[in-house]
Design a binder for this molecule. Structure first.
Ligand code: ZN
Length: 217
């Protein structure tokens, strides 16, 4: 077996290579090219990049309400609210349930939605070992139980896992046995939502939101 070429590099380069290869899609050779590139870049830019990575892990937390990204003000703060949940002008009676934080950004960029969000953090997928307990379902049910939500819009993937997740959630909501169950709707089908809304363009997301339908079990 060929010897690991990393042993010939200075310690700092070895450390950078080790860190970079933990990223998805970055093999040993790409990591070597990346390090070579970083060393040829303006030092100031590389330091800014390093600082932004530090900021990611030290200041970004999931929003205590919806699970979207939030930024904490002080290092001691444990809970934070995202820009949407902190904005009193948004319609808190309307909650759009999505799989990933990126979906929030896609929907928001259409300018057609003024409600709040709830990020599940994935979808039920037994093949990938993702069960309901791995998703932010309990916090969603707690929000519903707290009252004030008039409509819950499911904007989940149109594939089998997305469907399974939506049905599971509808079941959970009806089992709450609330006096005032929120209206349960889904965005119109036909939007290419294979992995969330990531690949859908703004116009089709806006159309899908506008022509949402009542969820029929
Ligand atoms: Zn939030």
């Amino acid at each position: 077996m060929a010897k690991d070429v990393r042993v010939y590099y200075p310690a700092s380069i070895r450390a950078a290579l080790e860190g970079l290869t933990t990223l998805p899609g970055l093999g040993p050779r790409s990591a070597e090219r990346m390090v070579q590139h970083l060393l040829s870049m303006d030092t100031e830019l590389v330091i800014r990049l390093a600082d932004s990575l530090r900021g990611l892990v030290s200041r970004v937390r999931p929003c205590a309400v919806c699970g979207f990204y939030a930024e904490i003000e002080e290092a001691e703060a444990v809970e934070a609210k995202c820009v949407f949940c902190a904005d009193a002008r948004r319609d808190s009676a309307l909650v759009c349930v999505v799989e990933q934080p990126q979906d929030v950004v896609r929907i928001e960029s259409t300018g057609a939605f003024a409600g709040l969000f709830h990020v599940l953090g994935g979808r039920i997928s037994p093949l990938d070992g993702v069960g309901p307990e791995d998703l932010r379902i309990a916090p969603l049910l707690a929000r519903i139980r707290a009252g004030g939500i008039g409509e819950l819009i499911f904007a989940l993937g149109g594939d089998l896992e997305g469907e399974t997740t939506a049905h599971y959630l509808v079941d959970c909501v009806s089992r709450l046995g609330l006096e005032h169950t929120p209206k349960l709707t889904r965005i119109a089908q036909g939007v290419p939502v294979g992995s969330g809304l990531e690949f859908a363009d703004a116009a089709s997301i806006q159309r899908a939101l506008g022509s949402r339908t009542l969820f029929e079990d």
